[in-house]
Design a protein. Sequence first.
Lengths: 318, 320
Amino acid sequence: MLAGSRSDSLKDSSLGVSPSTVHQAVASPSCGEGALLVTRSSGYHFIVPGFGFLIPLLLLMVVVFDAPIVYMLALAFWDKAQGFTLGYYGDVFEAPVYLRVLANTVRISVVATIVSVIIGYPLAHWIRGLGRRAKMVALALVVLPFWVSVLVRTYAWIVLLGNDGLVNRALQWLGLVQAPVSFLYNELGVTIGMTNVLLPLLVLPLYAAMARVDDRLLQAAASLGAPPSTIFWKVYFPLTLPSLAAGTLLALILCLGFYITPAILGGGRVPMISNVLDTLINVYPNWGQASAISTILLVVTLLIFAIYRRIDQTTSTK
Amino acid sequence: MSDIRLEGISKRYGDFAAVDKIDLAVSQGEFVTIVGPSGSGKTSLLSLIAGLQQPTAGRILIGGRDVTNAAPQARNIGLVFQSYALFPHMTAIENVLFPLGVRGISGSQARDRALEALRLVQLEGLGDRRPSQLSGGQQQRVALARAVVFKPDILLLDEPLGALDRKLREQLQIQLKELQRALGVTTILVTHDQEEALLLSDRIMVLDKGCPQQVATPAESYLRPVNRFVAEFLGSANFVGLSDGRCGLLRPERVRVASNGEGKAARVVEAIYLGQAVRYHLETDDLGSLLAIAPFLDKAFAKGECVVVSWDAADLWPLA
């Protein structure tokens, strides 16, 4: 019935009925068809004038986005032979390989995020202090990788970091190392590649937060007698901390789903969860197992997102 | 508490002088106001004294100590900005405690001093609020408490009341004056508001394009300005040609407006009722337009009416 009345509203709006008419028709108790929506609208206030215009988009979202997710979640509970099963989840927790990959993924993600913060925070701070023109150039250089495909960037790292690559040749020429350092096809390479992708995502919001810190606050702190280190830790850092926390968590969430970078720079030796999913689906066709692992990944991601929202809310209420 | 001496202070950007060779001596406990139109260099001068900028020439002495190149931290100055510059992530009392913590004062002693400072600016009980939960006037008073709590040698105020509405500003002006007297702290205030300057200061320095025009008491500056700029900046002014060819200042409140009698004939172009007084824009035959402010007693002259204006010769102040 809900779906029926929705499609009716859709028809209404496509006939050019004004949004308020749709709203009235839906909200009027005498209109039998809208009865279900009335109770919902009084409960959730989600029917507003113009709601009818949103329905095509909503339908699209439900059909191409929500339905597949629900289907994907359901796959883990269904076996062709047995019907309903919890076996796939059981396998995840029994076969140590899956948990190891999950732990591996979280560890690499945390390391890459921390490295991004260690590089990104000082970088954003440095950009804040630059002159107008230099600032534009620096920001452009930070944003530039955004416009280059991740694939291209990742292969560029191979050129740079390979045994005969630019970095190793420079190190050997300088006499710092005798044999080439293996940057590629290990966790180091994956971390470098991921950090490169994450950096602009972290630097831009951090820079925005830092630019919002009023110079006069820092001047006031100085005039009140605070030495530079106190000004930084007691005034500047606390004011940028919410953005740093939010940016860090967002970066971490993104890390968990990385596929291309570990696939190429890890050379198959550093499996992250997305690569395992790829193998499960494309090599073994084990959709049920893949679904169970995806669900666990989704839960982990949602947990981190919940923390992010918490931080975001406490800062926006200040 | 100390005196301040500026000796030939300049701040140049290439050919442009934001502050041009300023000498000023402010004695212990004195309240000096720097006034001027925007761009006159008054805020630059304050930044130089506070150490937020370095002068290109000259010396700054606070309490006899040369602080020309000292960092702001080393000057022991209380500074209040027009924008308040309160730390938004701290409560009011944490803001006031900040300069004490920096000086290694903590615990109950610091808390007592912070509460005392908040009481001085009449903000008892609001210490636990964040700046965003306080009104503009309250925020400015927190900023003031923060600037005096550590007993600074001097207090610098940069348009501290500029962002407040008129009524609140008048209240705070009186509070500010009382606070400054009670603490006896040497104070320099920067403002573009000539009324505020006249009301608060022991002495006024009028700046124009980075150059000091006059440093004198409010009454002296108002009644005996050294030039036309000062005369026009502090209050309204009529300029009357004198017999010796010089230009004479005639303040509008010195002009008598009568229906008949001795004097010059004039016509009322506009009569504006101000409550306690009436402002007349007059047109005279030989002096051109003339501004007069007369007390409102029973009736005022109407627009278009013909009147007679007169003044005492002693009320004409000859300008250089």
